[in-house]
Write a protein that binds this ligand. Sequence first.
Ligand code: ZN
Length: 80
Amino acid sequence: MRCPFCAHDDSQVKDSRPTDDGAAIRRRRQCEGCGARFTTFERIQLREMTVVKSDGRREVFDRSKLERSISVACRKRPGG
Ligand SMILES: [Zn+2]
């Protein structure tokens, strides 16, 4: 895992334990370059979220696409 402070490529896992609900693993890491400590969470991802289009095609969910269509929809509102 790359260090968020100095961008060094490797960090050491110091501690690793499940979160309270058991749905994720919390890891305490320490950068091998600058020694900074940070935490990562490991979660299960069952599959990519897909969007079913009106013609039945499936596309991988794209958050930026959704944001774009929302902002277009808002622009078309009267008085906006
Ligand atoms: Zn670092």
